[in-house]
Design a protein around this ligand. Sequence first.
Ligand SMILES: [Zn+2]
Length: 444
Amino acid sequence: MSKYITNQIMEEAIKALQELVAQPSYNQSPAPKAPFGKGIHLALNQMMALCDRLGMHTYEDPEGYYGYAEIGEGKEIFGVIGHLDTVPAGDLTSWSTAPFTPLIKDGFIYGRGTQDDKGPTIAALFALKSLLDAGLVPTKRIRFIFGTDEEILWRGIAKYNEKEAPIDMGFSPDAEFPLTYAEKGLQQSYLVGPGTDQFSLHMDNAMNAVPAKADYAGPRLTEVKAALDQHGFKYKDHGNSITVLGKSVHAMNAPQGVNAVLRLCIALDDVFDFLPLDLIGKCFLEDATGENLLGRVVDESGHLTFNISSFEVNEKETRLQIDMRVPVTVDHDKLIKRLSQKVKAFDLTYEHFDYLAPLFVSKESKLVKTLMKVYQDVTGDTNAKPQISGGATFARTMHNCVAFGGMLPGVPDYMHQANEQWSLSSMAKTMGIYAEALRLLCFE
Ligand SMILES: [Zn+2]
């Protein structure tokens, strides 16, 4: 255990976390100066007041999109990027405690946000306080940046980047230890083409998940069923309609799932003559690395993942939804050009929806080397290696920033779930790692 993380500092951190969890802060309808609703606004106010009390200089965006708190002097800024919004409580009957009445019991703190991301953010903040209490003096500006819209569209942190000074180095305490140095680029798009009167498909699927089901109730059902049988694809027969069955996984792991929409389209392509269907039935097939369409796209961060989550057709239009996780060193513009070219052969036009650039900080950088050494020294886990992720954290929104903790290996994942909880011993250990990291990177 770090010598800086005293019982006193733990008590203060736990109290601050309880107060913060007690302020519900999930996305609600906008109000003046509260673009993501009152709860998030009040949580931001509360955090600003807390940082004021810790002797930090605070700034709250007048429009209410973000806030930051800073201590230390100099040109250089070291950033710690967390978020104060949470997902809603969800089904209350699944909780054994009240989600916004934090409870300490048997060495755990319970409540929405204890793991994601109020707990880790408070842990990093009080790690800083522990160093200041010990009389250490920062050699640069240490800036805690508080996002307010991480769970939805990242509009808060986008505003920060539009209006404020960039950081020179930093970490985001919103993932797992040891450290994530590479997150794939995230491209969400549509492919759009002509409609048909032969059949229609309507779906309401999320972009970021492999669909586990695909319904069909149109013409030539017997032939479609025969095609499914021939491919060995499972489906439920409801008489006048069918549901093709797959296995849902997150889009970042698409090759490990079974995509029901692709399976339905492969069968439909055997029955109907419709060029956009050929994209799936004759080219893409079921390979969610996209290799059949784009060739092999791979680097040290892994394969391209290519999730087609819906294929909608009516008389006027065909529309596919796609979610691609692009390896960190791949030229994104070239890839999109290639995709646009390839789909033209199937009467489809590429349409951009959203793009998040990748995170990539060299494993040989001072930041990664220092944080990895701290993690190994504090935990004794000398085999730990920096990680690659298909997911997305705020780290990618900032220059020279990685995701670092706050969840230790083996800590059960309660993020976004009922009974969210974090063990106080894990919290203390996480604080010790953060204290040592900040000491080495930001103090004499
Ligand atoms: Zn989070």
